[in-house]
Design a protein around this ligand. Structure first.
Ligand SMILES: Nc1nc2c(ncn2[C@@H]2O[C@H](COP(=O)(O)OP(=O)(O)OP(=O)(O)O)[C@@H](O)[C@H]2O)c(=O)[nH]1
Length: 373
């Protein structure tokens, strides 16, 4: 492989765009440890570009190039909206996703130096996979750079056939939803070898035997509904398994990491071959739609004189707090109760997507001025 380009061997990937890896997995599967392991891998003279999307983690154990915590203060979000930890994470990610176009600009630029970009996601998988912000992040990335979904599975906790099946069903649902190349990483093989899982995926009868031995298929009264369902699922997942790329790794020892990168390069080629055209088409349609909406909005605001509904705006944030408390805090400014610093001139940000977002915001809070009379 040449050292002056980040283009994967044999792939048509654009040379200046990094291959983005979205790291997903159940809480505790080892996403952060795996990201940390990938961060130390030098490829083509550089390490992967690293993005942390978990607003709630206390420490990021790798040198993140972009860290959501530098942009959104998760604790402040919880306070201001009166949310619990999960609601706080979802809302923080929602706020961040409104700026994700700018993040992707940075990732694209990083492609000049970095062949890979690794994106670590929040601990609770559904926060990312079942939220609007997760979809925005995935779609924005996939329509700009070759993108691969990496599902980290805890090999130690999946030795029970029923747990294994649940994990695979989750993986399958993500594959179905994201429409991107997909790799299952069986982590923690320093503790339990992943050969049992590979055998279950390749040989339905072996899985069936394990299920019976585990008692998952039977009770005193005979076959259970869950047991029958698991068997049917295993058959249904057969075609999912047949094309699935998977490898065993240990985030602790580094075993299996080279094999993983081979699968990543294959997946990037798959993206170019099978997915890219659709994503580009989708992006073009979206841009056209946004442009049309913006023109409609401009026409409307030109023709109707409007005023801001101040009451509903003020109600958004409790008295004594500012919306800006949540956004873009200086790392040294830990809490909203800190002393006020020097006021800086606000940066004027007139990117088209921000203008469109502002128009949306105005639409929600504006009413015709005849209501004021
Ligand atoms: N033995 C072993 N333990 C691991 C491995 N990878 C992660 N762990 C351990 O698994 C636990 C969870 O790891 P994390 O990397 O925090 O997992 P995560 O998926 O990022 O966790 P959340 O973000 O909190 O959901 C930690 O105690 C790690 O030390 C591995 O390859 N081998």
């Amino acid at each position: 492989m040449s050292s002056d380009t980040n283009k994967p061997e044999g792939s048509n990937a654009e040379p200046n765009k990094p291959i983005c890896l979205i790291i997903l997995g159940m809480a505790g599967a080892g996403k952060t440890s795996f990201t940390r392991r990938l961060s130390s891998k030098v490829i083509n003279g550089s390490r992967p570009y690293l993005v942390n999307l978990d607003p709630a983690c206390r420490e990021v154990p790798y040198p993140a190039n972009i860290d959501i915590r530098d942009t959104v203060d998760y604790k402040e979000v919880m306070k201001q909206y009166g949310l619990g930890p999960n609601g706080g994470i979802v809302t923080a990610l929602n706020l961040f996703s409104t700026k994700f176009g700018q993040v992707v600009d940075l990732i694209e630029k990083a492609g000049k130096k970095h062949k890979y970009c690794v994106i670590d996601t929040p601990g609770q998988i559904e926060v990312f996979t079942w939220s609007a912000s997760g979809t925005i992040v995935t779609e924005t990335l996939a329509s700009s750079c070759p993108t691969v979904v990496v599902y980290v599975m805890d090999t130690v906790r999946s030795v029970s056939p029923v747990t294994f099946m649940s994990n695979m069903l989750y993986a399958c649902s993500i594959l179905y939803k994201t429409r991107l190349p997909f790799i299952v990483v069986m982590n923690k093989i320093d503790v339990v070898n992943n050969s049992y899982a590979v055998e279950w995926m390749r040989d339905f009868e072996a899985f069936q035997e394990a299920l019976n031995a585990d008692g998952g298929g039977e009770t005193e009264g005979g076959n259970t509904y869950i047991g029958n369902l698991t068997q049917s699922m295993a058959l249904a997942l057969d075609s999912f398994y047949s094309d699935l790329k998977c490898c065993g790794v240990s985030a602790h020892t580094g075993e299996g990491i080279d094999e993983f990168f081979k699968l990543v390069d294959e997946s990037a080629e798959e993206y170019e071959r099978e997915y890219k055209a659709d994503w580009l088409k989708m992006r073009a349609e979206k841009l056209a739609e946004e442009k049309r909406k913006k023109e409609d909005e401009l026409k409307k605001t030109d023709s109707v004189e409007t005023v801001i509904d101040k009451k509903s705006l003020i109600d958004e944030v409790p008295i004594g707090r500012e919306l800006s408390d949540m956004y873009l805090k200086h790392p040294g400014n830990e809490s909203s109760s800190d002393d006020e610093g020097t006021e800086n001139e606000p940066e004027i940000d007139d990117k088209p997507e921000d203008v469109a977002m502002f128009q949306e915001f105005l639409k929600k809070h504006i009413k015709p001025n005849d209501t004021q009379k």
